[in-house]
Design a protein around this ligand. Structure first.
Ligand SMILES: Cc1cc2nc3c(=O)[nH]c(=O)nc-3n(C[C@H](O)[C@H](O)[C@H](O)COP(=O)(O)OP(=O)(O)OC[C@H]3O[C@@H](n4cnc5c(N)ncnc54)[C@H](O)[C@@H]3O)c2cc1C
Length: 277
């Protein structure tokens, strides 16, 4: 079968989906669809596919078996605009191919991320994440103003260094992490699902999760069957270790849970989170 065209995906090509205050995700192009996953799988299974007649069942089977290579046959190219502190996390996903705007060749625009007041949160004690209890709005507003003031000051200094004839690559070095950057990002569907599993998780930074949610919605348009399977098999699943499986068996047969302390807390959190999804 030749080139895959998905009408729902064609409709959103080149559309900018707004993320945060000034960022976006834009699908530039896609190669393949649910059909391509099925074609690729049938090649690798050869005669063995004769019994697998339904494409959806085949895709779900591949997902459950972690037979990942057919998913690698589908490729996405996105145009992304995001603050540099999110781009720093993004580039850790090594399987993507990137082409980013150059601060050596171009003058960076005065575009900074300013978090919404409701997202200016205090630090959670002894934890990586933000606390659930928000700051008082007046306090958050004061901090927001400080962010804007710092951004303006650093951009003015940058602009005057550029105007004085300083090289762009050195004039930029004091610009903050909240500055927006843009890049093209190409990723295959298998690695994209892995990215989404990590970056849609509540442990990922809130701003990163906003981008991941938008990417998920775009991927759903191109590969609805594979995405539904991913959501069910990977995204909404929780895994239990050996001790936890024993505990589950005991609880299900009416016996006392053998876990205690932190192990019990972790187990209960997993069960709770699994049920919430
Ligand atoms: C919530 C969260 C917090 C994080 N905090 C930190 C932090 O504090 N500090 C920090 O440094 N990082 C942090 N990271 C980044 C994290 O450690 C990973 O680098 C990132 O999530 C990319 O994961 P990955 O390597 O699985 O993905 P990718 O780089 O996209 O790779 C996908 C898969 O390809 C395979 N692969 C890729 N490259 C190789 C290789 N060289 N050798 C073998 N197999 C390979 C692996 O199977 C890998 O899972 C954090 C990530 C998350 C989600």
């Amino acid at each position: 079968m030749a080139h895959c065209i998905v009408p729902e995906a064609e409709e959103i090509l080149e559309k900018e989906f707004k993320v945060l205050d000034k960022g976006f995700v834009r699908l530039v192009d896609y190669l393949g669809s649910d059909d391509r996953i099925v074609q690729a799988a049938r090649v690798s299974y050869g005669d063995g596919t004769q019994t697998v007649t339904k494409d959806e069942a085949l895709i779900d089977y591949l997902m459950r078996q972690q037979h990942t290579s057919p998913f690698e046959q589908v490729v996405f190219t996105f145009h992304l605009k995001m603050p540099i502190f999110i781009a720093r996390q993004w580039v850790r996903h090594r399987m993507g191919r990137i082409n980013e705007i150059s601060g050596r060749l171009s003058v960076m625009k005065e575009e900074f991320y300013v978090p919404d007041i409701k997202n200016i949160d205090p630090q959670k004690k002894d934890k990586l994440e933000r606390a659930l209890e928000p700051l008082e709005p007046e306090e958050a507003e004061k901090i927001q103003k400080e962010f804007v003031k710092g951004q303006k000051k650093s951009y003015e200094a940058y602009k005057s260094l550029i105007e004085s004839g300083l090289a762009r690559e050195i004039a930029r070095i004091n610009l903050p992490l909240s500055l927006y950057t843009e890049f093209y990002w190409q990723m295959d569907l298998n690695n994209l699902f892995h990215f989404l599993k990590l970056r849609l998780d509540t442990h990922a930074q809130l701003e990163m999760r906003e981008y991941a949610k938008t990417i998920l919605n775009i991927v759903r348009k191109v590969c609805p069957v594979a995405t539904a399977s991913f959501e069910n098999v990977m995204l909404k699943s929780v895994s239990f270790n050996g001790e936890e499986i024993v505990a589950l068996r005991k609880v299900l047969s009416g016996e006392t849970n053998p876990l205690s302390g932190k192990k019990l807390d972790r187990f209960l959190t997993k069960v709770k989170n699994g049920l919430q999804l």
